[in-house]
Design a binder for this molecule. Sequence first.
Ligand code: NDP
Length: 271
Amino acid sequence: MSIRFPHGPTVPEIGIGTWFVGDEPTRRDDEIAAIRAGLDAGLRVIDTAEVYGDGRAEDLVGEAIRGRRDDVFLVSKVLPYNASAAGVRRAVHASLRRLGTDRLDLYLLHWRGAVPFGETVAAFERLMDDGDILAWGVSNLDLDDMSELPPGCATDQVLYNPSRRGPEVDLFPLLRAQSIPVMAYSPLEQARMLDDPRLAELAASVGLSPAQLVLAWVVREGDVLAIPKAGSVAHARENAAVLGVTLSADVQAEIDRLFPAPRHPVPLEML
Ligand code: NDP
């Protein structure tokens, strides 16, 4: 199964998150090895942001992908405080320097701030003209915000996992109607849901780990990309092994029973 972005590229349905990566020097080698193991196992999307560790995550990603940039679909994000015409340009060049590359495959507005969307998007379009970024998107935007956005958005990166199903009610249908794929962040609920004994039992019954079951569920519709963060080679390989896994209707129905979607719209949650 692969995820298609509106401007053409397709990527595997599981990617690699990097929040908190690069913060702890003693973990650096493991974190780099985990990213490389994910790429070796067929993952392509790496998600990072200028704000993660004040640039430390981008710096670590740069080291992890050195010599294999073309294997990667690289995503980073600009802070809303840097989202002015001049700020975006400064921010992307700093990100590119830390990442050791000349282009981002996708550049996202991290969340909505005070700068009007029109100014930020015009700045993104100029970066596309210059070849610094190949596409732009957003993160943490709910229905109303999405409706105000100028055309051309490649993704909305939002909090989504079995315990955060609000976007299914109204945001996902809007994005689907425009063929905009979703990037699901914190797809494992930062590991908090993996200890749930009901989930563990269901996962074991189909030969998956709890993390694999949750990831396979998150990407089940074919237009949602999950970007779990893994700090070890073992976790990276386990997550990559979800590529191509399809859950049966029975398993999906059981997850619906354990983690029902809300019946009415709820405001988009953020971490
Ligand atoms: P995740 O839901 O990806 O959970 C990460 C946690 O799950 C870590 O503790 C990790 O442990 C653990 N884990 C990973 N794989 C496994 C596995 N196979 N078995 C057991 N445990 C596992 O949380 P994140 O918040 O990191 O979200 C993912 C990414 O989404 C971020 O890294 C970031 O790139 C993005 N994000 C974007 C946001 C936005 O505002 N746009 C907000 C939040 C996240 P270990 O490290 O030991 O492997």
